[in-house]
Design a protein around this ligand. Structure first.
Ligand SMILES: CCCCCCCCC/C=C/C=C/C(=O)SCCNC(=O)CCNC(=O)[C@H](O)C(C)(C)COP(=O)(O)OP(=O)(O)OC[C@H]1O[C@@H](n2cnc3c(N)ncnc32)[C@H](O)[C@@H]1OP(=O)(O)O
Ligand SMILES: NC(=O)C1=CN([C@@H]2O[C@H](COP(=O)(O)OP(=O)(O)OC[C@H]3O[C@@H](n4cnc5c(N)ncnc54)[C@H](OP(=O)(O)O)[C@@H]3O)[C@@H](O)[C@H]2O)C=CC1
Length: 349
């Protein structure tokens, strides 16, 4: 770990970006705390990753949490299982004994992931091409899964699309592209599998991966925020309706976890990561393995009494952004002395 000075624009060109960046550096210098000496940068695999010194209190445990064999004789279906967080969840479930089916658009990516994971775990991972925006394709995908493994015990709706974009620049097709993947895709997968499971009187655990801003909304990712909020309404509604069929529905709202898919579309220059770390109380990004452990627990029999739950998993970022006075953590001891003196010396209203 090496301390770095903030404010390096790297090879990013463009006046606007430099302005944004220099403003951030200015703000950070002005705000007393969280200056260059307190920002740390890990470098690995060509990627930068920032963290604060106090993140050492919150070192990630990336080993598998559940007992070996927890998923023996179980089948798990994971959308978007070829990359990023979906891949991490597939790896953990497979390691715990599950037979996994991963589905998304890019068959080659899925096949490579399936081969790599199954060679590490010794358990089968099947790759099935499926564009979740197309209900017929989803139905064919489920047919294929039934042939391969039978109906699943665990369904993880993880596939998503997203990009930052001012809403006034967003085309109708841009809106449709994101909401089709996230909301309609989740609905098509959930309805198709739910109906077949009900017909076969088979219980299952459904998990949706949303995001912290599904609750608050967020500018610049409006289609994603709207669709993720819809997914949460869908899952909470079905938790109430389909418990009688043996189905549980839970939701994880992750905060920032570095993946190529997310960061390339949400922070393409790497400019915003540094300021984001400053508002995460645990001082670091999450790790895919941490999310995968939580997903494995929620989808397992250890969580058979959990349904309708919405788990925020963000190192404290959401509450940190929400609290009116939370920026006061930047005030130094000397400044507090001065503030306290001023407040105490005020008499009357
Ligand atoms: C502050 C630091 C932030 C760091 C991260 C913090 C994370 C915290 C919370 C994170 C939440 C994360 C949520 C996620 O969902 S991340 C998942 C990201 N992964 C993906 O998006 C993978 C899949 N994505 C894709 O395949 C594409 O990106 C896609 C555009 C979503 C879909 O591809 P495709 O179907 O091929 O669509 P296109 O034909 O390319 O485009 C469709 C229309 O959308 C318009 N469009 C595409 N990109 C943009 C853009 N960048 N800006 C504006 N418009 C765009 C495109 O032009 C098409 O519209 P048309 O021109 O009108 O036809
Ligand atoms: N990483 C983060 O910081 C956060 C991520 N999330 C959520 O976590 C989940 C995983 O994201 P992450 O791993 O970061 O990003 P990725 O881009 O790696 O994952 C998205 C996956 O969705 C698949 N996908 C996209 N469109 C479709 C489609 N039409 N049909 C089927 N599959 C599709 C992609 O595969 P393919 O291209 O082959 O179709 C890809 O595997 C998402 O739901 C995201 O919203 C939430 C908060 C934070």
């Amino acid at each position: 770990m090496v301390p770095v000075s903030v404010g390096q624009a790297g090879n990013v060109s463009g006046l606007l970006l430099s302005l944004i960046l220099s403003e951030q550096v200015q703000n950070r210098t002005d705000s007393v705390d969280f200056g260059p000496s307190q920002l740390w940068c890990h470098r690995f695999a060509g990627l930068r990753s920032y963290a604060t010194p106090h993140s050492q209190f919150f070192a990630p445990s990336e080993g598998i949490m559940l007992p070996a064999g927890s998923y023996n004789n179980k089948v798990a279906f994971i959308t978007g299982g070829g990359t990023g967080l979906g891949r991490a969840m597939t790896g953990v479930l497979s390691q715990l004994g599950a037979q996994c089916v991963i589905a998304s658009r890019k068959l080659e990516v899925l096949q490579q992931t399936a081969t790599e994971i199954s060679s590490q775990t010794g358990n089968k991972v099947h790759a099935v091409q499926c564009d979740v925006r197309d209900p017929q394709a989803v139905s064919r995908c489920v047919d294929q899964m039934v042939e391969l493994t039978g109906l699943p015990d665990v369904i993880i709706n993880n596939a998503a699309g997203n990009f930052i974009c001012p809403s006034e620049r967003l085309s109708a097709n841009g809106w449709k592209s994101i909401t089709d993947i996230v909301l309609n895709g989740t609905a098509f997968v959930t309805l198709e599998l739910g109906k077949r499971l009900i017909q076969n009187q088979k219980g299952a655990s459904f998990l949706a991966i949303t995001t912290i801003y599904a609750e608050s909304g967020s500018g610049f990712v409006v289609p994603s925020a709207s669709a993720k909020a819809g997914v949460e309404a869908l899952y909470k509604s079905l938790a109430a309706e389909w418990g009688r069929y043996g189905h549980r529905f839970n939701i994880i709202q992750p905060g920032p976890i570095r993946t190529k898919g997310a960061f390339s579309r949400l922070d393409p220059t790497g400019t915003f990561e540094k300021s984001m770390i400053g508002r995460i109380p645990t001082g670091r990004l999450g790790k895919p393995a941490e999310l995968a452990n939580l997903a494995a627990y929620l989808s397992s029999d250890y969580a058979s009494w959990m349904s309708g739950a919405v788990i925020r998993f963000d190192g404290g970022e959401y509450v940190s952004m929400a609290g009116e006075f939370n920026e006061l953590r930047k005030v130094t001891d000397d400044q507090w002395k001065m503030l306290e003196t001023m407040i105490r010396s005020t008499k009357g209203s």
